[in-house]
Write a protein that binds this ligand. Structure first.
Ligand code: PLP
Length: 428
C-alpha cells in the first residue's frame, strides 16, 4: 500500500473496476520501451500494450520530440472553419496507406467516437438521399465497438450493458463466422438483405473480435459477407480500432481481402498509443451525399478537441516509425515467434488449453476450464495476479489469455513471457 494508491482510492473511480473488491491501483511512475515501472521500482512487461494502444514502446523519444516541438508552435485550435498542418498531413498519409477509394478523413477523440461518426455517416447518407427508412445496422454477434450508447447498441448484449438495454436500438446480429459457422453467418446475412431497403450499414471487427475474447475468423468469409452487403447498397464499416496499424501482420486487417469496406474506423495504435485520437474515413460517394444548399444535410458532429494538433503530430510520428523496415521486420519476427510457441503449446499442453490462436502479432490461448468461456471465470483473476507477480501485465479476457505487445519487445522478454505462460498452465 502506498501513499499514491491511498490518495487514488479516496478520489478516483477507475474504468471497468469493481471498487468493492479491487485491490489498490498500482502507481506507475515511469515507462520505457515495453516496461512500466511502479513506485517501488518494480518492472512490468506491458504484454497488452496498455489496452492495445502502444505500438513502439512507451515514452518513445521520437514521438515525444515531435509532440514537444508541435506544442510550442500550436497546441490546439478549433477545427470548424480552421485547419492546420498536422491534420492535413495525417489525412494525406492515412489515405496513402488505405485503399484508393477512401477519400475523406473525419477526426474525433477515440475509438467509440470514430464508430459513432461512422454510424451517423451511414444513417444520414440514406436520410439525405430520401431513404429515411434505411436505418438498421447489421453487426456480428459477440462484437465490441465501444462503451457509448450508439456503440453498445451494435456490440454484444452482455452483463456489461444489461442496465442500458432498454435504451439500445435494435441491431440485426449475424453468427460469428468462425470455423464451422461461416455458412450460418452467410445465410443470416442473405435473410436480412431480403429487406435491404431497411438496412443502412454492416459493421464488423475484421478477422479478430478483440474484447469478445480474441475470437478469430478467416478473410474468405468476411469477403463474402462484405460483398453480399455491398451488392445491396449497404454501407460496410470496418472497425480497425484494434486491428489497424500492423497488428494482424498487414497494415489493416481488411488488407487480407479484395472487396473493400466503405468506411474505416481507427484509434488505439493510430498515435502509437501516445495520445487519444480517432479517425473515420469514407468514400467520395458518402461525402458527396452531405453536399447540399440545404444546410440540414450537414454532418452535425464535433468534439471540442477534434483533430487536436498534438495528437495528429503523435500519429504522424508513429507512422514514421511504423513504416521503418526495422519495425516491419519486428512485426514479422513477432508473428513467427508466436506461431512457434503456439505449435509447442498445442503439442505439450493439449489438455490444459482448449484453443491456441495466432493472427499476425496477436496470440490467444483459451484455457480449459470445463465450464466454457466466461469473462467472470475465476481463472481470470488467478492469471492476472500470477503474471503481475512475475512482472508481466496481462489482462485475461475471462479464461482467454493473450499477448498483444508493442512491436519492439525483445526476444528475451518474449521468451520469459512464454515460459511464465507455460508455468501458469502447469500450475493452474
Ligand atoms: C477499444 C475498441 C473500441 C473502442 O475504442 P475506445 O477508444 O476505447 O472508445 C472499439 N472497437 C474496437 C474493436 C476496440 O478494440
Amino acid at each position: 500500500m502506498t501513499n499514491l494508491s491511498e490518495r487514488d482510492a479516496k478520489v478516483v473511480w477507475h474504468p471497468f473496476t469493481q471498487h468493492h473488491t479491487a485491490p489498490f491501483s498500482i502507481p506507475i511512475v515511469r515507462a520505457e520501451g515495453v516496461y512500466l515501472f511502479d513506485e517501488n521500482g518494480k518492472r512490468y512487461i506491458d504484454a497488452i500494450s496498455s489496452w492495445w494502444v502502444n505500438l513502439h514502446g512507451h515514452s518513445h523519444p521520437y514521438i515525444a520530440q515531435k509532440v514537444a516541438e508541435q506544442f510550442l508552435k500550436l497546441e490546439q485550435v478549433i477545427f470548424a472553419g480552421f485547419t492546420h498542418e498536422p491534420a492535413v498531413s495525417l489525412a494525406e498519409r492515412l489515405l496513402g496507406i488505405l485503399p484508393s477509394h477512401q477519400a475523406k478523413v473525419f477526426y474525433s477523440d477515440n475509438g467509440s467516437t470514430s464508430i459513432e461518426v461512422a454510424l451517423k455517416m451511414a444513417i444520414q447518407y440514406f436520410h439525405n438521399r430520401g431513404f429515411e427508412k434505411r436505418n438498421k445496422i447489421i453487426a456480428l454477434s459477440n462484437g465490441y465497438h465501444g462503451d457509448t450508447f450508439g456503440t453498445m447498441a451494435v456490440g454484444a448484449k452482455s452483463a456489461f450493458n444489461a442496465p442500458f438495454e432498454p435504451f439500445l436500438y435494435e441491431t440485426c446480429y449475424l453468427a460469428v463466422p468462425v470455423a464451422g459457422q461461416e455458412q450460418e453467418a452467410v445465410a443470416q446475412m442473405k435473410k436480412y438483405l431480403e429487406n435491404a431497403d431497411e438496412i443502412a450499414a454492416f459493421i464488423f471487427e475484421p478477422l479478430i473480435q478483440g474484447a469478445g475474447g480474441m475470437v478469430m475468423y478467416e478473410p474468405e468469409v468476411l469477403e463474402e459477407l462484405i460483398a453480399l452487403a455491398k451488392d445491396k447498397g449497404v454501407i460496410t464499416i470496418a472497425d480497425e480500432i484494434m486491428t489497424g496499424f500492423g497488428r494482424t501482420g498487414k497494415m489493416f486487417a481488411t488488407d487480407y481481402i479484395q472487396t473493400k469496406p466503405d468506411i474505416y474506423c481507427m484509434s488505439k495504435g493510430l498515435t502509437g498509443g501516445a495520445m487519444a485520437l480517432g479517425v473515420t474515413t469514407c468514400t467520395q460517394e458518402i461525402f458527396d451525399a452531405f453536399l447540399s444548399e440545404d444546410r440540414r444535410k450537414t454532418l452535425f458532429h464535433s468534439h471540442s478537441f477534434t483533430a487536436n494538433p498534438l495528437a495528429c503530430t503523435a500519429a504522424l510520428a508513429s507512422l514514421d516509425l511504423l513504416l521503418l523496415p526495422e519495425t516491419q521486420a519486428q512485426i514479422k519476427a513477432l508473428h513467427q515467434s508466436h506461431v512457434e510457441f503456439a505449435q509447442k503449446l498445442k503439442a505439450e499442453k493439449a489438455s490444459a488449453v482448449d484453443s491456441v490462436r495466432v493472427r499476425g502479432t496477436i496470440l490467444a490461448i483459451e484455457i480449459h476450464t470445463g465450464e466454457g468461456t466466461s469473462y467472470f471465470s475465476n481463472i481470470r483473476d488467478m492469471a492476472y495476479n500470477f503474471f503481475l507477480e512475475k512482472g508481466i501485465l496481462m489482462r485475461p479476457l475471462g479464461n482467454i489469455i493473450y499477448l498483444l505487445t508493442p512491436y519492439c519487445i525483445q526476444q528475451e522478454d518474449l521468451d520469459y513471457v512464454y515460459a511464465c505462460i507455460e508455468e501458469f498452465l502447469n500450475f493452474k
